[in-house]
Design a protein around this ligand. Structure first.
Ligand SMILES: Cc1cc2nc3c(=O)[nH]c(=O)nc-3n(C[C@H](O)[C@H](O)[C@H](O)COP(=O)(O)OP(=O)(O)OC[C@H]3O[C@@H](n4cnc5c(N)ncnc54)[C@H](O)[C@@H]3O)c2cc1C
Length: 636
């Protein structure tokens, strides 16, 4: 089946405007007659719900958190990109577009990525108007810093808490609409299935996490903005509860899942400290503005960092990629760090770490400046590692962080299931095979504030879908399937906790489907995943029952879906027999160890269709590059 991306024709710069002009609006008097269900209150879902409410739609928004403000977006640290060119350093919409397309190793849709760059400036205006306290220069202008994969400074930031501040802005807009009665907020409600009637997305089944009650909600459109799935690796920088259930359940109802193997490993995380650790902590990429990454030149070096003289240090990113240096993109920097450790030049007890050193910057800029820029990050590092990064270099190592893959969407952000829209990290997005830093917040807010408020009209203005009674057989079936799954999990009564089986799965994913992948390893991983999944369904232990707050049931349901998604990720990685961006197939590399793309066979999006529990079907959306020439990515 060929997938229609619905990208409008015409010049790149005019596509979005032309598209908007051709979308039939819905009369303000009629908007309240349309019910829109939004799942997720992060930057993507929260901004969508607030904006659609402001437009007059009847919106219901769901989150499994106790407060909309706890969405994982709150954790974003470093910043958000926008092509404002406040620094007068040559930035432009075109440059942001090119950096993003190149950063994604030419595996993103041109028109979407251009629109993202085009809308970036609006986001900053919107957030500033809401009072988001972006850092400012002494003259009052908003300040910028640099992020990986760019030679200009275009990242707006609020210390190391940019996500939190942006989310407070979103939340104030959302609360206003809740107060006005346009948005109904359901917290502690977890979506466990999508309801599809006559081929159209019509609703969701949710579980009340406080008492286990299963209930269905029906609307005229469903928006999923449920975040990323990097917790499939068990250890990641994501919040502990982030999961794939909403998009995975939609996949099993027929929604295509695009590029599941495009998972990003972030180079600057605090290394794992022990076997029973439950998550990893990111040290923001912004730190690479002033921190220098190095390892000792000699394998097996035992001297402490302050006793290793300059001539015995290898600032490997500056050496290998002189143009971008420490601000090389994440996939490139992660792989370089791994190579150093594989050569025996890693540092720390495990030798699985590299230094991120601020001594030069502290000498040059002084402690006050470094403190203003990164104070909370330094404090966080010290609390976790018990070392003072003002005195001793930080130690960092790559860790799973973001997922470029997600549900397939067209230019309208609608999935192949009509009426199902997917926003933010949950869709397969605009980042191709590798996302550049500070561009996820940009995408989530572009989707929610500026794209969906237009494109949902294109769908709804075709006519209101027919009313659906709550006792419709599809609804009853979806509800009983959910109940049956929960009962099945409880009745296994084995010996292993969901966490221990998740940890087991994560190890396989990290070792064979992580930073480096090869055919043999991927085939082995698929076997292992099947075995662990089998163990899960035969040896899981759930304590307690389903009628009150029971985090073990919540976790088990999420892990059950990871057990299936993991196999699709590995299969997608196996079928994509090339290296591109964060997807590094060891068989395909240059003599210098860089990713070697195969544009002839793989310049496409792989969109997977669920096909029973046997073999999923791989569809292709060809990526036609009209405006950009495919080139070998170089940051040298
Ligand atoms: C530590 C860290 C730092 C980061 N820093 C940056 C940065 O500086 N700049 C940048 O651009 N990006 C950054 N990112 C990436 C960025 O934070 C995320 O990609 C982005 O915030 C995702 O937003 P979202 O709205 O798509 O999803 P989320 O913020 O994850 O929100 C998901 C929402 O969906 C809800 N939900 C999920 N599943 C269900 C379900 N089944 N039922 C009900 N509700 C559900 C959740 O409750 C939540 O409300 C960072 C990521 C991490 C991990």
């Amino acid at each position: 089946m060929s997938l229609d991306s619905k990208v409008p024709s015409g010049p790149l710069e005019l596509k979005w405007q032309k598209h908007k002009d051709n979308i039939k609006p819905i009369s303000p008097a009629n908007k309240r007659k349309y019910k829109i269900l939004v799942v997720g209150t992060g930057l993507a879902g929260g901004s969508a719900a607030a904006t659609l409410g402001e437009l007059g739609f009847d919106v219901e928004v769901f989150t499994y958190h106790d407060s909309a403000r706890r969405a994982h977006s709150v954790a974003a640290q470093g910043g958000i990109n926008a092509a404002k060119n406040y620094q007068n350093d040559g930035d432009s919409v075109w440059r942001l577009f090119i950096d993003t397309i190149k950063g994604g190793d030419y595996r993103a849709r041109e028109a979407n990525t251009y629109r993202l760059a085009e809308l970036s400036g609006n986001i900053i205006d919107q957030a500033t108007a809401q009072g988001v306290p972006f850092a400012r220069e002494y003259g009052g202008y908003l300040d910028n810093r640099s992020f990986g994969g760019a030679l200009v400074s275009r990242t707006f930031y609020a210390r190391g808490q940019t996500g939190q501040q942006l989310l407070l802005g979103v939340y104030s807009g959302l609360s206003r609409q809740v107060g006005a009665g346009h948005v109904k907020l359901h917290s502690r409600q977890e979506m466990l299935d999508l309801i599809v009637i006559d081929g159209i997305a019509r609703g969701i089944v949710v579980r009340d996490l406080t008492n286990g009650k299963i209930e269905s909600f029906i609307g005229d459109a469903v928006i999923l903005a449920t975040g990323g799935y990097a917790n499939v690796f068990f250890l990641s920088t994501l919040a502990l509860h982030c999961n794939a259930t909403a998009i995975w359940r939609a996949y099993k109802k027929g929604a295509y899942f695009a590029n599941p193997c495009f998972t990003q490993i972030h180079p600057t995380c605090i290394p794992q400290h022990g076997e029973y650790q439950s998550k990893l902590t990111l040290m923001s990429e912004s730190l690479r503005n002033d921190g220098r990454v190095w390892v000792p030149k000699n394998p097996g070096e035992t001297r402490p960092p302050d006793q290793i003289p300059e001539e015995d240090r290898d600032y490997f990113l500056e050496r290998l990629y002189p143009s971008y240096g420490n601000l090389s993109p994440r996939d490139i920097a992660s792989r370089a760090a791994k190579r150093m450790c594989d050569e025996g030049r890693g540092v720390g007890k495990s030798r699985q770490a590299v230094y991120l050193d601020f001594s030069d910057a502290l000498n040059r800029l002084g402690r006050k400046v470094i403190d203003d820029r990164y104070g909370n990050l330094f404090e966080m590092y010290e609390r976790i590692v018990d070392e003072n990064p003002y005195k001793v270099p930080m130690m960092i190592y790559p860790a799973p962080h973001y997922t470029m893959g997600g549900l397939w969407v067209d230019y309208n952000l609608m999935n192949n299931i009509p009426g199902l829209f997917v926003l933010g990290e949950a869709n397969f997005s605009d980042h191709g095979a590798n996302r550049l830093g500070a561009s996820a917040l940009m995408q989530g807010l572009a989707d929610g504030y500026f794209i969906i408020p237009y494109t949902i009209n294109a769908y709804l203005s075709n006519g209101k879908p027919p009313a659906v009674p709550l006792d419709h057989p599809e609804i009853k079936k979806a509800e009983s399937d959910v109940k049956e799954r929960i009962n099945k999990l409880i009745s296994i009564n084995g010996k292993e906790t969901p966490t221990s089986l998740h940890r087991k799965l994560g190890k396989v994913m990290w070792n064979y489907v992580g930073m480096g992948r090869n055919e043999q390893g991927l085939k082995f991983a698929i076997n292992q995943i099947q075995e662990i999944r089998d163990e899960f369904w035969h040896n899981l232990k759930i304590v307690g029952n389903d009628s009150y707050v029971n985090p073990v049931i919540e976790k088990a349901l999420r892990v059950a879906d990871f057990m299936e998604l993991a196999e699709l990720i590995a299969l997608d990685a196996l079928e994509r027999d090339e290296s591109c961006g964060a997807h590094f197939r060891e068989e395909h590399q240059t003599p210098e160890g860089e990713a070697l793309r195969d544009d002839e066979h793989f310049a496409h999006v792989a969109a997977w269709e669920y096909n029973g529990d046997n073999k999923p079907i791989r569809h292709k959306e060809e990526l036609n590059y009209e405006f950009v020439q495919l080139a070998t990515r170089s940051y040298k």
